[in-house]
Design a binder for this molecule. Structure first.
Ligand SMILES: *[C@@H]1O[C@H](CO)[C@@H](O)[C@H](O)[C@H]1NC(C)=O
Ligand SMILES: *[C@@H]1O[C@H](CO)[C@@H](O)[C@H](O)[C@H]1NC(C)=O
Ligand SMILES: *[C@@H]1O[C@H](CO)[C@@H](O)[C@H](O)[C@H]1NC(C)=O
Ligand SMILES: *[C@@H]1O[C@H](CO)[C@@H](O)[C@H](O)[C@H]1NC(C)=O
Length: 308
């Protein structure tokens, strides 16, 4: 499984209103699944800070202590010891690193600058974990040699946007359709399909760009040459070869068919000769008509062969 390169996104910098507006932090931090997330807080006014604390806000519970430090040392709560490390431990400037984030690390975190005599100054920053897999791009010919069906599929969380691109200006996409499937683990698989028109035998490069909102982006490209409908002769070397092979097989089958007919003709002629001795002529008349049907079948087969 390959995930995109870690990226932090500072969606917006918040200055909470009111008296406690001195802590600067990021409202939302976006981190890719499996990568690390950096949460930063800054006390913008000089204060006498005794201690800095980080809490995780839990729904329906008291906030959970993540870690604390002061000028004498630092301590990370045992529940977070494998997960969280202090990166900056200044009394006015604090940051933690959450390693290999999963959806369990999502949520909001509080940084508290405990000052004397004013008390705590708080900052609140929320971590959002996103997941973005490699997009898969498919191109196949449609009925017309000037059109191709392009589709791009990606699995992500939250809902990704999928954009199809083409390098040449005279080529264009139409008949867009999008299918979204929700997976068991809350990721979404989005498949976008469109018809690429304007191909005149010249090659081009199609691309697919995927991204999660205010998150990272991934892009794949594919070079396409003239795409002919699959039924056309000589679509590519391989099918040409298999066409040839198919013809040889048909020829052998037809030859075998003919020899069987010849053999059966000989046998029936023999048997009819015997029959004429014992029975009436109606049977003799019937036999050639049977042969006719056989040979017309062979004719049909031969025609089919020419059509191939
Ligand atoms: C906070 O500390 C980090 C790491 O030492 C530093 O890069 C950053 O510039 C500091 N921010 C301020 C506003 O001092
Ligand atoms: C392609 O041809 C088939 C059969 O002739 C037809 O059913 C189908 O709708 C055509 N597709 C397009 C995209 O024109
Ligand atoms: C979630 O489900 C999708 C589709 O089944 C899968 O591709 C993806 O790897 C899963 N993500 C995680 C984190 O297991
Ligand atoms: C596609 O073509 C371009 C230019 O012709 C080339 O630079 C690029 O490497 C090709 N990409 C692939 C995937 O073949």
């Amino acid at each position: 499984m390959q995930f995109f390169i870690y990226r932090l996104l500072f969606v917006s910098v918040v200055f909470p209103k009111g008296v406690r507006s001195q802590v600067q932090t990021h409202q939302t931090v976006m981190a890719a699944l499996g990568e690390e997330a950096h949460l930063n807080c800054l006390l913008t006014e000089p204060k006498e800070v005794l201690q800095v604390m980080w809490h995780k806000i839990l729904p329906d519970f008291e906030d959970k202590n993540v870690g604390t430090y002061n000028k004498f040392g630092q301590r990370v709560d045992p529940d977070f010891r494998d997960k969280v490390k202090f990166k900056v431990t200044e009394l006015q400037n604090s940051s933690i690193v959450i390693s290999s984030v999963t959806e369990h690390d999502e949520g909001c975190y509080l940084c508290l600058f405990i000052t004397y005599p004013e008390g705590a100054f708080k900052g609140r920053t929320c971590l959002q974990v996103c997941e973005l897999h490699e997009p898969i791009l498919h191109v196949r010919g449609s009925n017309s040699s000037e059109e191709s069906l392009v589709s791009c599929s990606v699995t992500a969380r939250p809902a990704p946007t999928v954009t199809l691109t083409v390098t040449q200006q005279h080529l264009y996409f139409s008949h867009y359709s999008t299918v979204t499937v929700t997976n068991a683990n809350n990721t979404l698989t989005v498949t976008k399909t469109a018809v690429l028109s304007g191909l005149h035998g010249d090659g081009t490069q199609v691309g697919c760009a995927v991204r999660v909102p205010s998150g990272p982006q991934k892009e794949v490209f594919m070079n396409i040459t003239e795409v002919k409908p699959k039924s056309a002769d000589g679509f590519d070397k391989e099918s040409e070869n298999s066409n040839k092979r198919g013809r040889w097989i048909l020829l052998v089958v037809v030859a075998l068919g003919w020899s069987i007919i010849v053999v059966s003709l000989v046998t029936t002629t023999q048997s009819t000769t015997e029959d004429t001795n014992n029975k009436d002529t109606t049977y003799i008349n019937r036999t050639p008509s049977k042969e006719d049907t056989n040979s017309s079948k062979v004719q049909e087969e031969l025609q089919y062969l020419h059509l191939q």
